[in-house]
Ligand binder design. Structure first.
Ligand code: PAF
Length: 281
């Protein structure tokens, strides 16, 4: 795997592949890679001749109270994993390269509606940061397809909406969430959990599966959400939100809706965990 950290080197390699008529897939990451990321790389290989990944801990998507300095950085281990997964090119820019004028002077991408509420409410400015970096990386890599995990469901809707609204010629491939045997969704944030907290954290997914089952016979969404939040708290977590939503618009679900998603976030120890389950009634 070739690793580059400048825009010129990245563009040269991409231009070279384009001249050969090769199809390019892209998997952006913030590093600290786990099997979930590797499943994105594997999917990417199914859709293109060359797979490009990036590792960039994006300061714009961290809130003022979120500790970007303590975000786990594991570059050497990440490079080994990406190499083993046959990634062709890794882009590892520094913040100066991505935001040369500083964050305050950076043109931003705001995706309305789907960025609001849920994680958008708990983490103000987060999705503006995500949309801006993904747009910028798309412009640099110019991929044919890009893979994103369904684990970050709201993020995926934000990116799909951005691609549609800005007429970007990129196919977005959603990739299924990888889970621990306990059902806990794989996430870099699980590194913050102790072994005991991991056992507790598995109850987030278990409770959401309970909600999904209830939905087949009970569509009192508010009552179900409130009950589920209580159950998560009773397991020793602190529910940030649990909502039953329309799977595409993310608006609160209505009784006529057939395609739903249960979105949840909860604090467990030092980690803020998110998860989702789609339900087709
Ligand atoms: O999902 C992530 O890891 C990040 O939000 C992304 C898409 C790489 C943008 O920084």
């Amino acid at each position: 795997m070739k690793t580059v950290d400048t825009i010129n080197e990245l563009r040269q390699q991409i231009a070279n592949w384009r001249q050969q008529g090769l199809k390019i897939a892209f998997v952006p990451t913030m590093g600290n890679l786990h099997d979930g990321h590797i499943s994105l790389i594997k999917q990417a290989h199914k859709h293109a001749d060359k797979v490009v990944s990036s590792i960039f801990v994006n300061p714009m998507q961290f809130g003022v109270n979120e500790d970007i300095d303590n975000y786990p950085r594991t570059m050497a281990a990440d490079i080994k994993k990406l190499t083993a997964a046959n990634t062709n090119l890794l882009f590892t820019p520094t913040p100066d390269i991505i935001y040369p004028k500083g964050l305050d002077n950076q043109t931003c991408v705001d995706v309305p509606n789907v960025s609001n509420g849920y994680c958008g409410e708990s983490r103000p400015g987060h999705f503006r940061g995500v949309a801006t970096i993904v747009c910028k990386l798309f412009n640099l890599v110019q991929p044919d397809v890009a893979c994103f995990g369904l684990k970050d469901y709201q993020q995926l809707q934000v990116i799909e909406t951005m691609v549609e609204d800005l007429s970007m010629a990129i196919e977005i491939i959603p990739v299924a969430t990888m889970r621990e045997p306990s059902g806990l969704a794989m996430s870099s944030r699980n590194n913050y959990l102790t072994a005991a907290e991991k056992t507790i954290a598995a109850n987030l997914n278990k409770t959401m599966l309970w909600v999904a089952e209830q939905l087949t016979s009970n569509t009192n969404f508010n009552e179900l959400s409130a009950k589920a939040a209580q159950m998560i708290n009773a397991h020793g977590m602190k529910t940030d939100y649990l909502h039953i939503c329309h799977a595409k618009t993310l608006n609160p679900a209505q009784s006529k809706d057939k395609h739903l998603v249960i979105l949840a976030a909860a604090h467990c120890g030092k980690a803020r965990l998110i998860d989702n389950i789609t339900v087709n009634l």
